[in-house]
Design a protein around this ligand. Structure first.
Ligand SMILES: [Zn+2]
Length: 110
C-alpha cells in the first residue's frame, strides 16, 4: 500500500471515530408500540378505541430481554437514539474493513 493510501485510510478511520463519539444518545433495542384495554367499566377502550400507543424499547440485559417503557415526552429523542445506534453499526463495520486492510498490509498493530 502506498503511503498516500495508508494516510487516506488512517484519516478516514480517525474521522469515523470522531463521528462515533458524536452519537452519545444511541439506543440498541427493538421498538414496540402497544395499545391497551383498561379495567374501567364502560370505558371507550372496550368498544375497540383502545388506549395508547404506549412505547417500549425491548433491550437485552444480562442475557435477558427486558421491555423498557418510554414516556411520550422522550419518544422522539429515543427514536433519534435508535438512528444513532444504526449509524454506529455502519461506522464499526467500516472501521472493521479498514482494520482488515491494514492487517493485510502489516500495519494494523502500528
Ligand atoms: Zn379504557
Amino acid at each position: 500500500m502506498s503511503n498516500k493510501t495508508l494516510k487516506k485510510l488512517l484519516d478516514e478511520r480517525a474521522r469515523l471515530l470522531t463521528e462515533l463519539a458524536g452519537l452519545p444518545r444511541m439506543l440498541h433495542g427493538s421498538w414496540v408500540e402497544r395499545f391497551s384495554v383498561c379495567s374501567r367499566a364502560g370505558c371507550r377502550c372496550h368498544q375497540g378505541d383502545r388506549h395508547g400507543p404506549r412505547h417500549y424499547l425491548v433491550v437485552r440485559e444480562g442475557g435477558r430481554q427486558r421491555q423498557k417503557y418510554i414516556p411520550n415526552a422522550h419518544v422522539a429523542a429515543a427514536q433519534a437514539g435508535l438512528a444513532e445506534y444504526h449509524r454506529a453499526r455502519e461506522i464499526i463495520d467500516r472501521i472493521t474493513q479498514i482494520n482488515l486492510i491494514l492487517m493485510k498490509d502489516g500495519v494494523y498493530e502500528d
